[in-house]
Design a protein around this ligand. Structure first.
Ligand code: NAD
Length: 275
């Protein structure tokens, strides 16, 4: 059955791929993004491939912007059945320069060098808000359409660092842990009104956000990139397509008794102790 599916951050790498895959199943797709041009490009690609999609500007940190987007979605596509909370990411202001603090770091005066003690609370807040509040607000706005309707669900995007924090990115790790926790909380809260809530926890996918952290300009792996591949039993980064089948399953009635789960899609990263 064709559903109306709203994806936030769907102008980006991972969720644009999910939007296109869901459109191929015959669903009507609302591509939401802070960048209207990126959202419209994805919607255009879907429409010329024979699907149905609209590109809509929306800021997941502003409820009024989401309410305006919802009006457009409702009038052009209908009431929302499925919400995928894809907008998220890290920011350099919430990132330390080194994985571990060394005594000599406190004397390091190199421009841009940051220890834990230099982290900017506004940077931490930005990352926390983008990932956690940016999941909560779209849910408040779009899940109202789902209450009491059959076949509705929400899919959040968590991360590996929600299970065990990654070095250097305390804000992003904490925020994604909050997204996983919220997924379980919401699954219980919505369990009587017919809305299932689940999450994907992608492993490491090369995207614009992390390319500079994981690869050098000539495409070789950085030390961090090498560590990740060394810790990933399948020995590769994920491709956006690796997320599709689990997304289709969690958005489909085939998973009608599945709620509150966070599924790692990580080539075995979270199962590997490193030994
Ligand atoms: P991306 O940067 O390609 O896409 C993110 C999109 O979100 C961008 O199009 C951006 O414009 C949009 N966005 C940013 N702020 C927004 C806001 N305030 N309101 C609306 N849209 C906003 O990133 P991606 O790699 O496709 O990541 C998608 C999701 O997957 C994120 O939640 C990310 O944290 C998560 N994730 C990514 C990886 C990875 O390896 N790439 C791993 C685990 C989890």
């Amino acid at each position: 059955m064709s559903k109306v599916i709203v994806l936030t951050g769907a102008g980006g790498v991972l969720c644009s791929s999910l939007a296109k895959a869901l459109a191929k199943q015959g669903h009507k797709i609302a591509v939401l993004d802070l960048k209207l041009e990126a959202a419209e490009k994805v919607a255009h690609d879907i429409n010329i491939a024979g699907g149905t999609a609209i590109g809509v500007v929306a800021n997941v940190l502003e409820k009024a912007s989401l309410e305006t987007a919802k009006k457009e979605v409702n009038s052009k596509l209908g009431s929302c059945d499925i919400l995928i909370n894809g907008a998220g990411g890290n920011h350099p202001l919430g990132t330390t320069s080194n994985p571990h603090l060394l005594e000599e770091d406190l004397q390091n005066t190199t421009e841009g060098f940051k220890t834990f003690f230099d982290l900017d609370s506004e940077g931490i807040q930005f990352v926390f808000n983008l990932n956690f509040i940016g999941t909560l607000l779209p849910t408040q706005v779009f899940a109202k359409d789902m209450v009491g309707k059959k076949g509705c669900s929400i899919l959040n995007i968590s991360s590996m660092n929600a299970f065990t924090p990654l070095t250097k990115i305390p804000a992003y790790s904490g925020a994604k842990a909050a997204v996983s926790n919220f997924t379980q909380w919401l699954a219980v809260h919505f369990s009587k009104v017919g809305i299932r809530v689940n999450a994907l926890a992608p492993g490491f996918f090369l995207t614009d956000q992390n390319r500079a952290l994981l690869t050098t300009e000539n495409g070789d792996l950085t030390p961090r990139g090498n560590t990740i591949i060394g810790q990933t039993p399948m020995g590769r980064f994920g491709e956006p397509e690796d997320l599709i089948s689990t997304t289709l399953y969690l958005c489909d009635d085939a998973s009608s008794f599945v709620t509150g789960v966070v599924i790692p899609i990580d080539g075995g990263f979270s199962a590997f102790s490193g030994v």
